[in-house]
Design a protein around this ligand. Structure first.
Ligand code: MSP
Length: 514
């Protein structure tokens, strides 16, 4: 079974920010999970390189738009590599193959009779690359997202006849499985019910865009070009650019993961464009929430932007991934709080999981010849810790494919807490001093080590590095590919060697603000 998932294609107007890192980390967790579920995963990410915003940024820097795009795209690529993002495709919309695809797609839309000429007037936000309907203040209209003045536009454009798709789009957004999370559906339904208007797909004042065939002076509207990047990414396999090949190349996508601000483009405009071109629709569009920092919107003017490069450098991938995936309900807005970040990482990862492993492994090594103790009777699936482990597996398998990373992470943490509880209740350190108790101690240590193994295995999609270190401490290989066998209770072999304990997670000590 194929599973294609996409992040948005990020604008290269500026360096990667925490918002794009957040989406990409979540998609990476999902991609890794689906690979473990034995799905043929195609994880697509990339950059959106055209449009007025990028043209202006390059002009302001005094460099050519292409050079600017090359530089920022390279930074994205490098950053994803440093975060160990496991994408299969990285698409740039300035590649010649993408132009070829856009031309083909446009040809289909035109042949469907969905392109007409019209006059576009209205207030435009270059930051959003979007016309804004009826701004609140009509004399000096501002974009509520970018807090910058809107610009008045009046030009002859080509339009896509979105209005023709009213009924189909209404049906689509009425479905309960298309837009997720559920809390975002109504807003889109309301928008569609107001009546869909044709939207302009060309510009006459933007040189930095793909030229529209047979329409001198027109370039494609950046969103028309960018959405098609998802298709180009799938056809980026060295073979011909041919839309008919898409069904064998991973289209339709199982899910587009995006921020809530760009839901309309993905849940309304994009499906209509695909219908017009005779292509299947993505199964699902997931609009996640926005991150703030210490309760405030992040912005350059406020000087409070969290730089993902600094975050990575100072805290490492595991810490950041844990905080973002474990503390924020993916879908809702979330707030990055430094103290909470430090506390959660230290309590959950360094103490609960790290110490569990360290102390259990030390005791096992000391009393059982540096090896996993004999399991003995009563340590099979009927053991209470085994039952909790099985429930944890069920929760992770049910929640993570629905992007409920928080529920998955919390269940894993609970298993580690229960394992610590079992150690405290059975107190092997005092029981070992009593005569004839060795077999009981062996069993108690075995179940705790086995629970720790499952914690390590289940963490693999969420925190791949920490997972590897945990499993390494248990003398076993990292999760690689399908994990069904590794998810069964009892995987740890008694008598197998336990390496010398090494803390799997360093405590975070952040004295200054990040
Ligand atoms: N280029 C378009 C997407 C085209 S997809 C075919 C775009 N790019 S973007 O770089 O501006 O935004 C990328 C994503 O980052 C969006 O999903 C947006 O919601 C997300 N975020 C931007 N700021 C954010 C936060 N503060 N928090 C979380 N996500 C945020 O839009």
């Amino acid at each position: 079974m194929n599973y294609t998932l996409t992040t948005p294609l990020y604008y290269v107007n500026d360096r990667p920010h925490l918002g794009s890192t957040y989406t990409t980390i979540a998609c990476d967790a999902l991609a890794r999970f689906q690979r473990h579920q034995d799905k043929g995963v195609l994880f697509v990410t990339g950059v959106d390189e055209h449009g007025q915003k990028i043209q202006r940024t390059a002009e302001a820097r005094g460099v050519s738009p292409q050079l600017h795009c090359d530089e920022i795209s390279a930074r994205y690529r490098e950053l994803w590599q440093r975060w160990d993002i496991s994408q299969d495709r990285f698409i740039r919309t300035t590649t010649p193959r993408h132009l070829q695809l856009v031309e083909q797609f446009y040809g289909r839309v035109k042949a469907s009779g969905d392109v007409i000429t019209g006059r576009q007037t209205g207030w435009y936000c270059v930051g959003c690359e979007e016309y804004k309907d009826d701004p609140a203040d009509a004399t000096e209209p501002h974009c509520p997202i970018h807090q910058r003045p809107l610009e008045w536009r009046d030009e002859e454009n080509l339009f896509f006849r979105l209005s023709r798709y009213q009924e189909q789009i209404e049906e689509l957004v009425a479905r309960d499985d298309f837009i997720a999370p559920a809390s975002r559906r109504q807003e889109v339904r309301n928008f569609v019910q107001q009546g869909l208007r044709d939207f302009s797909i060309s510009r006459t004042n933007v040189a930095w865009g793909l030229p529209v065939p047979d329409q001198p002076g027109h370039t494609f509207y950046v969103w028309f070009d960018a959405l098609l990047g998802y298709l180009s990414a799938l056809l980026d396999d060295g073979q011909s650019i041919d839309l008919d090949r898409l069904k064998d190349a991973g289209w339709p996508a199982s899910i587009h993961v995006i921020g809530k601000d760009i839901l309309r483009f993905h849940a309304v405009y994009w499906p209509a464009m695909l219908m017009s071109a005779g292509l299947p629709l993505p199964d699902r569009v997931f609009g996640h929430g926005f991150l703030t920092r210490e309760g405030q919107k992040m912005g350059k003017s406020l000087g409070n932007v969290l730089d993902p490069e600094v975050l990575l450098e100072r805290c490492g991938t595991d810490a950041v991934r844990w905080y973002l995936l474990r503390d924020i309900q993916f879908g809702d807005d979330g707030d990055f709080q430094q103290q909470r970040f430090v506390d959660l990482v230290n309590n959950d990862l360094a103490n609960t999981i790290g110490n569990l492993l360290n102390r259990t492994s030390s005791m096992a090594r000391k009393w059982f010849d540096d090896a996993v103790p004999p399991a003995g009777s009563g340590t099979g699936p009927e053991h209470p810790l085994a039952q909790q482990a099985t429930q944890t597996v069920d929760i992770v398998l049910a929640k993570v494919p629905d992007l409920a990373f928080k529920a998955g992470a919390e269940a894993i943490l609970q298993l580690a807490i229960a394992a610590n509880g079992h150690l405290n209740d059975t107190a092997p350190w005092s029981r070992m001093k009593q005569p004839g108790q060795e077999a009981v101690v062996a069993g108690d240590l075995y179940v705790v080590l086995e629970a720790a193994r499952l914690v390590g295995v289940l963490l693999s999609p969420l925190l791949p590095d920490l997972s590897t270190r945990i499993l390494d401490q248990l003398g076993i290989d990292p999760v690689n590919g399908p994990w069904e066998d590794q998810l069964r209770w009892g995987g740890l072999t008694p008598g197998s060697m336990l390496p010398k304990p090494n803390p799997v997670m360093q405590r975070l000590e952040l004295e200054e603000s990040l």
